[in-house]
Design a protein around this ligand. Structure first.
Ligand code: SF4
Length: 84
């Protein structure tokens, strides 16, 4: 009996590790809500006008992918990430 060769699983694209600092520009935000949809732990929207509210400027590393998705989905370019 031979052992199975090691296999690699998961997506081909590398997943970034580590944490980032998140900033939002409320003046640019158009209230589309894509950020909240992608990362509700990090973003919320004001009840009165839907403008983004940053809940966690230093989200844990496990939320990085979701935050990056939020950046990509934001139609206003209102979210910025800075490497820690
Ligand atoms: S996705 Fe962008 S435009 Fe939409 S609420 Fe979030 S920050 Fe604002």
């Amino acid at each position: 009996m031979t052992a199975a060769p090691p296999t690699r699983t998961g997506a081909a694209a590398p997943v970034e590790e580590g944490t980032v600092t998140v900033t939002v520009d409320q003046d640019r935000c158009c209230g589309a809500g894509q950020c909240v949809r992608n990362a509700p732990e990090v973003f919320d929207q004001r009840d009165e006008d839907g403008v983004v509210v940053l809940l966690d400027a230093r989200p844990p590393a496990e939320l990085r992918s979701a935050v990056e998705d939020a950046v990509a989905a934001c139609p206003a370019g209102a979210i910025r990430l800075a490497e820690d």
